[in-house]
Design a protein around this ligand. Sequence first.
Ligand code: URA
Length: 264
Amino acid sequence: MSKTQRQRKQNSFRLDYLLAHAGFGSRKEVKKQLKSAAFSLAGEALRDPSTHIEIDQIQNLYYRGNPINIQLSAHLLLNKPAGYLTALEDRSLPCVAELLTPELLAAGLKPCGRLDLDSEGALLFTNDGQLLHRLSSPKHEVEKVYYLHYTGKRPDQGARTQLENGSIILDDRPCLDATVYLDGDENPYMELRANEAIICIREGRYHQVKRMFSAIGAPLSYLRRIAFGPLHLDDRLPLGSHRLLEPSEVEALYQICDLEVPTL
Ligand code: URA
């Protein structure tokens, strides 16, 4: 049995994680509150933050005699490093799941879309299957923004137009139009130097950005996704680390998918 399977089999969450997720403050603040025996499970006071609560016991958690309404859907943003496969498990390669905690994996989080083994950047995980489906569906045309290094000479106007107006054909189908920023262009993301670029696309085809730049004779040497829909990577999220989404980010994600944010 793999490490991931063992973690998922537990089907439980650490208490301090659950309470922090339910809005009782940071895990440190939760630990302090637990000392006062304010929390209970089926009548028993809970004091140990590392207690694991089975998913089917969550509705029996109480705070000062009142049931706690715990939002069970979970969404997080990982800053994926190169060298990790976008998969929950693999026989030979390190997987992104290894960068998450057992509690999060037990919540059924799955990656939304895919970044190549050698790509870095924003990778969303969610345990809401409907949200995952809509975000991955070409119909919703979720915008993805990539920062990259290309090799060769600066794309001329013709090459740039090819990238931008959907005249590149991949797998017998033209790409959707895209936005490209090169060094010297004003852009809302960051300053670019020679051989650096940013491209915003609304699809997620296999090796899409690499193949688009290869098609104009400027193969990539580096690729990082800096935004996925309304989610943006910033300095608060170092490479290899992850964070739960802010409520406003969750709302924005559901909104672009025409879905209501679930209450549980
Ligand atoms: N396009 C690519 O070529 N690779 C990625 O990882 C993402 C987009």
